[in-house]
Ligand binder design. Sequence first.
Ligand SMILES: Cc1cc2nc3c(=O)[nH]c(=O)nc-3n(C[C@H](O)[C@H](O)[C@H](O)COP(=O)(O)OP(=O)(O)OC[C@H]3O[C@@H](n4cnc5c(N)ncnc54)[C@H](O)[C@@H]3O)c2cc1C
Length: 396
Amino acid sequence: MVPRMLALLGFANAVAVVALWLHGGGLHDEPLTSLGRLTGLLGAYLSLVELLVLARGPRTSAWHRWAGHAVLWLLIAHTVLITTGYARSDDSGLLAQARRLIEEFPGVITATAGLAILIGVVIASALRRRLRYETWYFIHLYTYLAIVLAFSHQLATGTEFVGDSVARTYWYALYGVTLAAIVWRYARARPLRVERVVDAGPGVVNIELAGRLRARPGQFFRWRFLTRGRWFEAHPFSLSATPDGHGARITVKGVGDHSRGLRDLRPGTRVLADGPFGGFTRAARRRPRAALIAGGAGITPIRALLEEMPGDLVVVYRAPRAEDVILRDELDALAAARGFSVHYVVGGDRDGLLALVPDIAERDVYVCGPPEMVDAMRARLRAAGVRRIVTERFAL
Ligand SMILES: Cc1cc2nc3c(=O)[nH]c(=O)nc-3n(C[C@H](O)[C@H](O)[C@H](O)COP(=O)(O)OP(=O)(O)OC[C@H]3O[C@@H](n4cnc5c(N)ncnc54)[C@H](O)[C@@H]3O)c2cc1C
């Protein structure tokens, strides 16, 4: 319901942007210049929508990628159309016109820098898998700078800004709401404290946290541990147990420097929890039967989901080695108490997993684990005729 209303609001604002452009003259000028203005306005608007959507939580969705590319192409179209339109009006060459725009119009040079940054961000996103996460993340942060530079250009040269008080007020409001949403996103992080760090198998720890936290089983937070060397990075970890109003728990498998180092956290360490995020939660209109498929550490949100999920359940848990199976005692205890079965699969290929659940097509299926595993399972499940597949990929 909420996403649909937000989509409607987004569409209504896009219509308002076009209406204000028409109000400001529409195609009245040289058509290419006017179209260039429109693409610039739509590009600026879509970039704000991207930021607003991101302020609701981290995204890796196809929509996020699509919108990022659309912003880039709209702004490239804006640059080309405006330069060509002005060149036609002045009867000059394209290069001479580009130089004139940069030299004579305040803000064009900053906008050019903003566009160059945006091109860099889109290229970095395409190379995501080849870059360290931190490198990719910090390059992504430059998007904010690109938008500030574009805003200063709109302020200094945009016809809709300079000449039309209604449009100016409207655009100020759009930028203001976006800024407020971003500030709110960071300000609302919940403060907690580490209560205990408990060994949970080779390279795995349970981190128990004290403090109030509200979330649905299956969701994750971005955790910022306020110790030297860690406070500047936030990492996503799912809740591995439902918060009880006084505390929460995450289960972390050490795979890199950050996750391995969490074993050394001291009780009392302050933590900021940004979230909750994610739709890996019990489906609203669900079938009475469900299968939950985990790969490696992907069992953590499934462990939390199993606490509350009613109906006929079956769990398939694949890990590369026997020692990589985590939370086994808890899973077995839950299975015995609730009367469902857990199939542990050590090694082997993924093809055999679905054979463990012969009635898979009649079940809702939840899959969580490394991205490659989740993507491969989704394709197999679709081919097997499963209609509702809920997934969480353990990498952004
Ligand atoms: C939604 C979600 C929920 C997760 N839940 C759990 C969980 O409950 N238990 C668990 O053990 N692991 C979980 N992970 C994985 C965990 O976030 C990474 O293993 C951890 O951040 C790795 O950081 P590192 O510096 O130790 O390792 P690195 O070697 O630096 O990173 C390994 C990989 O982890 C990802 N990664 C690294 N840093 C970040 C970051 N700051 N934000 C997002 N991704 C990052 C990147 O894809 C990277 O390639 C989850 C991941 C996601 C996306």
